[in-house]
Design a protein around this ligand. Sequence first.
Ligand code: ADP
Length: 625
Amino acid sequence: MAKKQFKAESKRLLNLMINSIYTHREIFLRELISNASDAMDKIYYKALTDESIAFNPNDYYIKITADKENRILTISDTGIGMTREELDDNLGVIAKSGSLTFKEENEIKDGYDIIGQFGVGFYSAFMVADEVTVITKSFDRDQAYKWYSKGADGYRIQEWEKDSYGTDIILKIKEKNEEEDYDQFLEIYRLKAIIKKYSDFIRYPIKMDFTSRRLKEGSEDEYEEFTEEQTVNTMVPIWKKNKNELSPEDYENFYSEKRYGFDKPLKHIHIKAEGAVSYNAILFIPEKMPFDFYTREYEKGLELYSSGVLIMNKCPDLLPDFFSFVKGMVDSDDLSLNISREMLQHDRQLKIIAKNIKNRIKSELSNMLKDEREKYEEFYKSFGRQLKYGIYEGFGMNKEMLQDLLLFYSSREKKMVTLSEYVGQMPEDQKYIYYAAGDSIERIDKMPQAELITDKGYEILYFTEDVDEFAIRMLMNYQEKEFKSVSSGDLGIDSDTDKENQDLEEKDQELFDYMKNVLGDKVKDVRASRRLKNHPVCLANDGDLTIEMEKILNAMPTEQKIKAERILEINHSHQVFQSLREAFANDKEKLDLYTHLLYNQALMIEGLPLDDPLEFSNDICSIMK
Ligand code: ADP
């Protein structure tokens, strides 16, 4: 039988994992038990819904045996088993679809969070074992197989004998060394403690044999050894327990055991609902964003159980897109076991559950924002963008649900504020909620367009994510205050410059017209600025489309490029304006040069590419001459 190589990436990952990723080696057991339980869920469900499969609830259990002498630990399940192909597919490739590349780009900070993102739970066996053997028989095949591997250099699969379907995972436990006492993983009481800690809530019995001594019958001093099988886990699923029986650690363990994520959840929500529809749910708000969260591959959804039987791994209909980061499960006695994917979508009960869940998540987030601001900001860093997408995608339909969960950086507070905090601080004469969009806080800080508004003492919200401005457009207003970009043509502020504007002479209008002509259709107009204080020029926009939005839309891979209506604004209290006037009167060639220079400067300040950098450079040289 030829030995198969693990795919090259897998090899590297395997080494990496064995040597560094998991901080606690003992969790290999949780991983294997979790797999066994999943395999049993699959067959259990099949047996309940397919009459051709014999069904006896007592048939479903996990058995753990330890053979100290030979250093063998076995985890057996009566689950669905694997076919030869499944063995190859499931245990032959570790890192699927470029996840390793991701790992290399992102330094592992705290070990544990990376591994679950690959689905390599099974391989954690190599943290404690030199050799791993899997003997498995699929429920619908007659032939069983043996898979064998010594770790990174590959694996073999061969035909094998096994009576009933299910899987045995057989570990040859490593020899004890200075770093780790591997012997503990052969000690029955230690194993029991590990199971209690991580896998107590597994629905199926986890059985172990305990050997102890007792007095021989009829004897007063002679003892005999006897072995007794015990179920070590409580088996009551955590969601059926009372909240007051459970500690935060219990929820955290459940989160890891279920592989919802390898971070620690930021918050758990335990719902026990009775009434129109009865259900239990445990939901988690993760701390960290899964690495594939903003990709197409990410699948939202909650696990769905019907009377304790898992019927769907990720039921998307239970979560709105804007809460797609939520993990967890729902168990209801009111759902039919045989319900199909299509039927579920129209299921009235499910709709009610989904609605309750949505409202509950919303109120938990609101409370977190109110009572645990730091935690909320942590959450918002990871998932705030998703809330904004929610506003944008729903055409404002989810406004009521989401607007008070938004945070933006404030120019005045120098930290994140809510819209309600912003409006609460508005001076009476302020009509609009002002915002400035740009790549970063530092960059927006320097935007000349904001000068007048800052001068007025008005606060500005900084929009640094590309979705921000689009989301706000959908919102349109908040507490009847409209949003206004600091770059928009009309700021709605009466300024001192208005009076000065009247001082502008008719001749100046001719000057602006001339400059507009020089620039042609690069700009819609050249005007005296009402917002600039210290800077000589800036770009503003007329119409709905801002220059920031233009940048974002044009960065998308579409053929058609769009253009905001640009206005070149000149600060007429600036010295430069005098030079323009003089050039207009005496030297038109110079005015042409100045106009181009100012326009290019405005582009640069805006972070836009110059139409012709070489020409710009030549222009600079010619004024130096
Ligand atoms: P994950 O469970 O995260 O998908 P694993 O590496 O732990 O990743 O397992 C890979 C796959 O191997 C599982 O998804 C499952 O299909 C299969 N598998 C693992 N253990 C068992 C088992 N005891 N019985 C049946 N299938 C199993």
